[in-house]
Write a protein of this length. Structure first.
Length: 250
């Protein structure tokens, strides 16, 4: 139990700016093992959003509050995944089908017009989707969104290969994460879906699983695998998708 708690703290320390793992030795083995707890960290983030929603619900107009909730999630996670989707969009736009050129552009710290437009549209879609979710489903959606977004990282890491031969931060996860981590992460998401949405949650998980298969297939064909930027981008995309699915299904 103590070891599992340490792995959870390691996952939280990696995924957020919170100082919860400073006393831990974050070896490659521990970081890879901590991936199984990524969705659980997402649930903790979602719970924090639910508490904030409850505290400010009577003080702040609903449109402003939903915008604040999106902003808080960005701040707590250090905008890590937004940086990933910006790099991915720039790479896909400028690479023009050339994998090596795409990876080179993704590594460039400069941000192009495509990335800016993509980030604006993604955040707008996330905000509008959250705003239009009925009040009785708002708390469940706030819990599901970050949980599903971190679950997709585990799935991609477990079933795709790492692209950059020189290595990178995400190489630790992609090279070492496997069946244990993917099963633990998927079990956490399944439990969350059922508890939050009842039997409709199983259908939500099915749709998220289908989206995961499509993403795996796309990144394998288009890039040949994944990088840290790809994992972060997928997290943002699935967060938005989870909100859209709640709107459409629940």
């Amino acid at each position: 139990m103590n070891e599992a708690w340490r792995d959870f703290r390691a996952a939280a320390g990696f995924l957020t700016i919170l100082p919860v793992a400073r006393d831990l030795e974050l070896t490659g083995e521990r970081l890879a093992r901590s991936m199984g707890f990524f969705p659980a960290v997402g649930l903790a983030l979602g719970l924090g959003l639910v508490v904030l929603d409850w505290l400010l619900g009577a003080l702040v107009p609903r449109p402003v509050l939903d915008c604040l909730l999106v902003l808080v999630l960005i701040v707590v996670t250090g905008a890590l995944h937004l940086d990933g989707i910006a790099d991915l969009l720039d790479g896909l736009a400028g690479g023009r089908g050339d994998r090596e050129r795409t990876l080179k552009i993704m590594k460039d710290s400069q941000v192009g017009a495509v990335a800016v437009v993509g980030l604006v549209m993604l955040l707008l879609l996330k905000y509008l989707s959250l705003y239009h979710i009925p009040p009785e489903q708002k708390k469940a959606a706030l819990m599901l969104m970050p949980c599903a977004g971190r679950w997709i990282q585990v799935v991609l890491a477990a079933f795709c290969r790492y692209l950059r031969p020189e290595g990178g931060t995400a190489a630790i996860f992609v090279d070492q994460a496997g069946e244990r981590e993917s099963l633990l992460a998927t079990g956490t998401l399944l439990l969350a879906c059922v508890v939050l949405f009842g039997m409709k949650g199983i259908f939500l998980l099915f749709l998220l699983g289908l989206a995961a298969m499509l993403l795996i297939r796309y990144f394998e064909i288009r890039l040949g695998g994944v990088t840290g930027d790809v994992l972060g981008a997928a997290s943002e995309m699935v967060e938005v998708l989870s909100l859209l699915l709640v709107l459409a299904v629940v």
